[in-house]
Design a protein around this ligand. Structure first.
Ligand SMILES: [Zn+2]
Length: 155
């Protein structure tokens, strides 16, 4: 696993333990090159999901991007990290059980909004207001930029 700080490929696992009620394995990793520490999660992936954007472009589903957008929506909200992880796993399981491997980006946005609405109203409003401006969350990267407080481009 490549070090996210320095790019070194040769990182070490320091500790592995079950997480999220045994749905995931959490590994603490250490990079001997730069001393960086980071955590990875190993999960069952039932299907390889593909996101269909409104433009029709296809992109492999990226759990990390989903997680980043949710993390930003939940910034400074009183929600335990474990709860957030469970919510994200729940979203991914729902996506995987839709019965289709190709999923419109709008479906993902709707499911995220539903899930956020259940755990934190403020985060839901943050996410929903950006999402609705944005017409179908076409590009998660741009979406994340717009969600990030203080870096919102002038309209
Ligand atoms: Zn490193």
């Amino acid at each position: 696993m490549r070090c996210p700080f320095c790019g070194n490929v040769d990182t070490q696992v320091k500790d592995s333990r079950p997480a999220e009620d045994h749905v995931a394995i959490r590994r603490r990793r250490f990079c001997p090159a730069c001393g960086g520490r980071f955590t990875t999660y190993e999960r069952v992936q039932l299907r390889d999901l593909v996101v269909i954007k409104t433009s029709g472009r296809r992109e492999d589903f990226d759990r990390d991007k989903l997680e980043r957008s949710i993390r930003i929506a939940l910034q400074k909200r009183p929600v335990e990290p474990e709860r957030m992880d469970q919510m994200i796993s729940g979203i991914v399981r729902r996506l995987e059980s839709l019965g289709e491997t190709d999923i419109p980006s709008s479906t993902i946005g709707e499911i995220v909004m539903e899930s956020l609405a259940r755990i934190d109203t403020v985060a839901y409003v943050r996410f929903a207001s950006v999402y609705k401006n944005f017409q179908a969350a076409d590009d998660f990267d741009r979406f994340i930029d717009e969600l990030r407080p203080g870096q919102k481009p002038e309209a």
